[in-house]
Design a protein around this ligand. Structure first.
Ligand SMILES: [Zn+2]
Length: 351
């Protein structure tokens, strides 16, 4: 595990109840970026342990120069956007959103470990993860495809639906929301029963931030977003249909699948392939940097973060101030791509 000892505090020695109390509004708002990064790391460590991993990815809190991206994971690194979660963030996100985002990204790290045989998963999970890891495939019409749908702007809400419903995103969204909700509910219970509430009263913050998070997830969280997207496609179980489409392509199977979903998944995989190639070219010519094949995934506001408008077409786009990217800000590559390719009407791009 990556060690977490901000300010001499050994977070890894705390119980869950003690540790997650640091995500109460009253605590988190007074932490500086170094301390935030360390508790977010410890949260990733605890989540990795739940998933049977022997380590978590390394958490970096940095400006991703794009308000549409809350966080992303690339190999052994998780980047969280300080524009949301940093001490100087103009748009203050709830600490629970920071927590959910880091758990989402860590879950992608787990998926990669599982596919490499380094973390446990059921055969069914493995089959779906593998079919969605971002590799090159041949599509039914002979085009090349990429097996991670980036939410390419081929058709707005449909693209966004495929992006969200694809197996590894479905798994990451559901797992992180579920874990964050459980933490929020437990902390709310503790706060309501605290014999000596002086610690958080002194330093108040929003003491309802945890329960508000839960309410928001129940009202406008992933499940709601998928149901809305399913209505647009006219299917009852969008995730199951999308999973079948992905596994049909990757394993060359021909299981029964909704034809609209199947068509859109091929469109998205073709567009994602083109996007990756364009991106790699642009990077190597423009900045003298190459990043290899995309294995970078992120999470934007979920319809709940600042600036988000609604679940499927969120984030009114302004031009990202992405000219000052450094190599460390690997995630900025997506901002760069988005600035070039995403129009104001398109759906949000996340990894
Ligand atoms: Zn994701």
């Amino acid at each position: 595990m990556n060690s977490t000892k901000a300010m001499g505090i050994q977070y890894d020695q705390m119980t869950d109840d003690q540790f997650y109390a640091l995500f109460r509004d009253s605590s988190y708002k007074d932490l500086n970026d170094a301390a935030r990064q360390e508790i977010l790391q410890e949260a990733a460590n605890r989540s990795a342990k739940m998933d049977g991993e022997d380590h978590a990815a390394t958490v970096v809190l940095t400006d991703l120069h794009d308000p549409r991206i809350a966080g992303l994971q690339s190999g052994e690194t998780i980047y969280l956007n300080s524009a949301y979660y940093g001490e100087k963030a103009a748009a203050k996100a709830s600490p629970m959103e920071a927590l959910e985002t880091v758990l989402h990204e860590e879950r992608h790290h787990y998926q990669e470990m599982a596919v490499q045989g380094l973390a446990p998963a059921s055969p069914e999970q493995l089959k779906a993860f593998q079919a969605n890891m971002g590799t090159e495939v041949q599509l039914s019409d002979g085009r090349k495809g990429y097996t991670y749908a980036t939410g390419a702007p081929t058709s707005g809400q449909l693209s966004d639906g495929i992006y969200r419903a694809q197996p590894i995103e479905s798994d990451a969204y559901r797992t992180s929301e579920e874990r964050t909700k459980a933490i929020a509910n437990r902390q709310t219970e503790l706060m309501n029963n605290e014999k000596n509430p002086i610690v958080w009263l002194l330093n108040s913050g929003d003491k309802n931030a945890m329960s508000k998070y839960v309410q928001n997830v129940d009202k406008a969280g992933y499940d709601q977003q998928i149901q809305n997207a399913g209505r647009i496609f006219g299917v009852n179980n969008l995730e199951a249909e999308v999973k079948t489409a992905f596994t049909n392509i990757f394993y060359n199977e021909s299981r029964r699948v909704n034809p609209v979903v199947s068509f859109m998944v091929e469109m998205e995989q073709a567009a994602s392939y083109t996007q990756n190639n364009t991106q790699t070219q642009g990077q190597s010519q423009g900045q003298g940097q190459t990043y290899g094949q995309a294995q970078t995934r992120g999470q934007a506001g979920n319809g709940r973060a600042p600036n988000a408008q609604n679940s499927l077409t969120q984030h009114g786009l302004s031009t990202p101030g992405n000219s000052g990217l450094t190599a460390a800000e690997t995630g900025g590559r997506w901002a760069q791509w988005a600035a070039q390719h995403v129009s104001a009407q398109s759906s949000v791009i996340k990894r």
